[in-house]
Write a protein that binds this ligand. Structure first.
Ligand code: N01
Length: 532
């Protein structure tokens, strides 16, 4: 039993969108909470990802909090898709508006957190010392642990080098320079067209060609913005109960059952509309290989239309995974950028990068000289940010050891052996398969309610039952197995990290279904949790 109360009711790790809302919510409910944030400001992923072209592919009017009516009415977005600087301004506005900074310690990384069973609290250690809290809430993001491949010679390079996820807080001048970009995921696809406009020469090293859909970004019409705001209550509610937290229309019929002309016409319409909803046109696109191939071939045809050089177009056409099973990209002029004289594409699929040299990149017997190297090589997704912290549970064992064969979590929210700990958008929850803000708000509200439930009953301990956890993990895998997703060597599967277990990390049952499950768990007195 507790002899001395812990310093806080909750410590929150991270001051991105999840951490900021968690702090707001806990304060509102009368809990004492404190946030530790590694960066020197709020914003999380939007604080770190400052590469040229960084932009969200969820539309501005929906990539924002819904919890405060005033906030959602007062903030004015300028473009259909928000740029990184605009999202960061929004995050700062939220921090100011709700006076959040006074409960956030910035520039402070949590290295270690250990559960103290005797006192029923977490001891959290940073470089600045240690503190205690009844609950530990991680708000560390899903794509925040950057991954740089262990290329031989990586430290030898004498030019400038940057990872897209740790971009400097100043302009990087590419003017007149030779730039090598490694990777062709969402980050690279956004950055390459802008780098190419400045640099003398850009060489892109592609291991896997990616499907990308045009963004058709534009300035927002004030009348359109006003109309959405007037209807926010309905639109937000619909999004919360949708599949992905994004409003999208889907035809009721399978692509394989419709006349090909109708399918093509729908795909043309969606290509013209732009954005991620391209793959949700038909119910069977992500479950049936034949249906998927129709959409995949449609995009390949567009690539061949856009790219002048047939050999380059061929290299850019993805053929090794069903469309949508690696995170679909959204771009502005990505494929067209390969028509520029100063841009080259080098496939490193058959012949991988051999080493980084002092002057550039070596691929087999080909040497490439660069002034700047851009690593757009992604993240140790979902588990990486948590595994990089020494999190010790009730018996002293490490979370990363528990997760050695793949993450194990009840609802993606809590884990057996780790009492009084919650993971916002953790593995096993919809998270990266959804509009993150929708999933964040749902988790934050559920956690706050859970803490209130304990407080109201004078309880000080909550822990997921191992059986409930097993069942949830099995369910997450089963639902993923009904789709084409596990066929791709994607970061969803942990396949981009050497040695990482191949397990489908997020929950693909849909945010609406998931919300209902979480609601039922709470309504049944937190079924699957042991409260004490
Ligand atoms: O990272 P990625 P990202 N040699 O993992 C390649 C979100 N996001 O930062 O595919 C050569 O997708 C790797 O190749 P392969 C979004 O969820 C959103 O671009 O593994 N290449 C791949 O091409 C996204 O999915 C937005 O074969 C190597 C690239 O590096 C997620 O973040 C914008 C390599 C990594 O691509 C991650 O995107 C940006 C090697 N050794 C990001 N190792 C928007 O909202 C890796 N690669 C629009």
């Amino acid at each position: 039993m507790t002899e001395q109360p812990p310093e806080y009711d909750a410590i929150i790790i991270g001051a991105g969108f999840a951490g900021m809302y968690m702090l707001t919510k806990l304060r509102e409910r009368g809990f004492a909470a404190h946030v530790f944030e590694a960066g020197d400001d709020v914003g999380g992923t939007w604080y770190w990802n400052r590469y040229p072209g960084a932009r969200c592919d969820v539309e501005s009017l929906y990539y924002c909090y819904s919890f405060s009516e005033q906030l959602q009415q007062e903030w004015e977005w300028t473009e259909r898709y928000p740029s990184q600087p605009e999202i960061l301004r929004y995050a700062r506005h939220v921090a100011d508006r709700f006076d959040l900074r006074r409960d956030i310690t910035f520039s402070t990384t949590v290295h270690e957190a250990a559960y103290d069973e005797r006192h029923r609290c977490w001891r959290v250690r940073t470089a600045g010392g240690s503190t205690t809290a009844r609950h530990l809430i991680t708000a560390v993001g899903c794509l925040s642990a950057t991954q740089t491949p262990d290329f031989p010679g990586i430290d030898d390079f004498r030019g400038e080098s940057y990872h897209t996820g740790r971009w400097p807080h100043r302009d990087v001048d590419f003017g007149g320079k030779r730039v090598g970009v490694i990777g062709t995921g969402s980050s690279a696809i956004q950055a390459i067209p802008l780098i190419a406009q400045q640099a003398r020469q850009v060489t892109v090293f592609q291991r896997t060609a990616q499907f990308s859909i045009p963004a058709w970004n534009r300035t927002l019409d004030p009348a359109e913005q006003a109309a959405v705001k007037a209807d926010y209550a309905r639109l937000r509610d619909e999004a919360r109960h949708s599949r992905s937290g994004i409003l999208q229309d889907q035809l009721p019929d399978n692509a394989t059952e419709l006349p090909r002309r109708q399918v093509e016409s729908e795909l043309h319409r969606r290509w013209g509309h732009g954005g991620t909803t391209f793959t949700s046109a038909f119910p069977d696109t992500l479950t049936d290989a034949a249906a998927n191939e129709i959409s995949a071939e449609f995009v390949r045809a567009r690539i061949r239309e856009i790219v002048d050089d047939p050999a380059t177009a061929d290299l850019l056409c993805p053929t090794d995974h069903p469309i949508g099973t690696k995170r679909i990209c959204v771009d502005t002029d990505y494929y067209a950028t390969y028509n520029r004289d100063n841009v080259d594409l080098v496939s490193v699929r058959e012949q991988p990068i051999s080493r980084i040299t002092d002057g550039g990149v070596q691929v087999g017997d080909r040497a490439f000289a660069f002034d700047v190297l851009v690593f757009a090589t992604g993240y140790d997704a979902m588990t990486g940010p948590l595994n990089r912290i020494d999190i010790r549970g009730a018996d002293g064992s490490l979370l990363r050891d528990k997760w050695a064969a793949g993450p194990r979590s009840y609802l993606g929210l809590a884990g057996a052996g780790f009492p009084n700990m919650f993971t916002i958008t953790g593995p096993g929850s919809p998270s990266v398969l959804s509009n993150m803000i929708v999933s964040i708000e749902q988790h934050v509200e559920w956690i706050a309610e859970h803490l209130e439930h304990l407080r109201d009953r004078g309880l000080t301990r909550t822990e997921a039952d191992p059986g409930a956890e097993d069942e949830w993990v099995a369910h997450v895998n089963e639902v993923a197995g009904e789709t084409l997703y596990p066929q791709a060597a994607s970061w969803y599967m942990g396949a981009n990290i050497p040695g990482k277990p191949r397990i489908f990390l997020p929950y693909i049952g849909g945010v609406g279904t998931y919300r209902e499950i979480c609601r039922e768990v709470a309504d049944e007195g937190y079924r699957g949790f042991h409260l004490a």
